[in-house]
Design a protein around this ligand. Structure first.
Ligand SMILES: Nc1ncnc2c1ncn2[C@@H]1O[C@H](COP(=O)(O)OP(=O)(O)OP(=O)(O)O)[C@@H](O)[C@H]1O
Ligand code: SF4
Ligand SMILES: [Mg+2]
Length: 387
């Protein structure tokens, strides 16, 4: 596949290596009630102040529990869900400023791969028709000969035979369907692929094949990925940088190796402690942190640190009242690119604060859903350091 790289000049403050920069992104969904007149009685704070930068040719892995806002953030990055606040600069251009034809053309540069290929691929369209649609829309299939050659190349790229062109999605296995989904994303020569839980619906043996395919394609075509998963093990090997999300915000962000070598946020440590290690000696010594209580509702996120209702290291008052910003830590051996949103990350890492039992908190049914909450403290580094 030939790739014409038409990178625009970087926006002021962004270096040329940055493909995407999200700043202070919030997506708040209004909760409406009423039969005749819709009244807004509260908000779902699905994404609530995220700063995120993705470098060209790299993979950013975004992980967190179900409902923490990963997909909404992915959609906000594509401007499919216009952010309530904040900005997304893609390839030097503020996505929110794009309209009409310019937006349509720009959208081709960011493609999505979904969790369930069967529901994202129209069952009535053959593979050929699914793949050629975008190519035609973006003038990438100038004549039948060129289109045919490109279709065959796309299938070869994703490891499917040319005979697949005349089949329909239901004739393939789950893994093969995901390969078609990836081919469709590739068909318009995107710069960024947002893969939302690309392997969650697949058998474990097939998961590795699809992840390896994404890696091979990245190497061949210089692609940039945002890979969303609820499982740290899925993003571990493919990611250059990993962001851990909890209730609408990033709680830790670091290079993949740094994060695995030294997880600093209590939530990341709990997620990590749930991943078995193949080495029996290491497995025996593995820290196990059991999180009690469910993820609180994003319509009523806890004040202060959002993790305080489940955090085994929670400290009186400050954790309950002051929202920690995502910040570099002052710890020997930890690079300044390793960011964590915890007031006590240094004390926890040094063992000066010990974990304690957490009582599983019941959700208070009398709490007023309509009350918009004041969270205390900045939502992100931008908010903390902004004018
Ligand atoms: N259009 C919408 N209107 C109202 N609430 C929404 C909407 N879309 C998502 N939400 C809510 O926002 C929160 C975050 O949802 P989101 O789908 O982004 O989470 P997720 O991390 O992708 O979860 P999962 O791992 O289950 O896919 C959830 O509480 C969800 O119910
Ligand atoms: S700020 Fe407090 S509650 Fe939040 S993660 Fe750190 S120790 Fe736990
Ligand atoms: Mg999701």
């Amino acid at each position: 596949m030939s790739r014409t790289d038409t990178a625009s000049a970087p926006a002021p403050g962004l270096d040329a290596d940055t493909l995407l920069s999200a700043t202070g992104v919030k997506v708040h969904f209004p909760i409406k009630r009423g039969v005749i007149f819709d009244r807004t009685i509260g908000h779902v704070y699905a994404v609530d102040g995220v700063d995120l930068t993705i470098k060209r040719g790299q993979t950013y892995g975004l992980v967190g529990e179900s409902g923490c806002g990963k997909s909404t953030l992915g959609r906000a990055i594509l401007n499919l869900e216009p952010p309530t606040d904040g900005s997304v600069v893609f390839d030097g251009v503020d996505i929110a400023s794009l309209k009409g034809e310019t937006l349509r053309r720009r959208r081709k540069d960011i493609q999505m791969v979904f969790q369930d290929p069967l529901s994202s691929l129209d069952p009535r369209q053959s593979v050929e028709s699914l793949l050629i649609e975008g190519m035609k829309a973006h003038d990438l299939a100038p004549d039948a000969k060129a289109a045919n050659a490109r279709l065959r190349q796309l299938l070869a790229d994703v490891g499917l035979p040319a005979a697949a062109l005349h089949k329909y999605p239901h004739e393939f296995s789950g893994g093969q369907r995901q390969r078609i989904g990836i081919a469709r994303a590739l068909s318009v020569e995107p710069k960024l692929i947002v893969a939302d839980e690309p392997v969650s619906a697949l058998d474990v043996s097939v998961q590795a094949q699809v992840i390896n395919l994404l890696e091979d394609l990245q190497e061949a075509y210089g692609l940039t990925y945002l890979v969303i998963a609820h499982d740290l093990a899925v993003v571990r090997h493919i990611s250059d940088r990993i962001g851990v999300m909890y209730l609408g915000a990033l709680v830790e962000e670091a290079g993949a190796d740094d994060l695995y070598a030294r997880p600093l946020h209590p939530y990341t440590r709990a997620l990590m402690s749930a991943v078995p290690v193949p080495d029996p000696l290491v497995e025996d010594r593995r820290e196990r942190i059991l999180l009690t209580g469910d993820l609180p509702s994003p319509s009523r996120p806890p004040a202060g640190c959002r993790f305080h209702t489940r955090c085994p290291w929670r400290q009186e008052t400050r954790c309950d009242t002051e929202r920690p910003a995502l910040r570099p830590v002052t710890l020997a051996g930890v690079p300044e690119t390793h960011l964590v949103a915890c007031h006590f990350a240094e004390d926890i890492d040094a063992g000066r604060i010990q974990p304690h039992a957490v009582a599983a908190g019941a959700v208070d049914p009398s709490a007023d859903e309509s009350a918009d909450v004041s969270f205390g403290g900045p939502a992100s580094l931008t908010e903390a350091t902004g004018p």
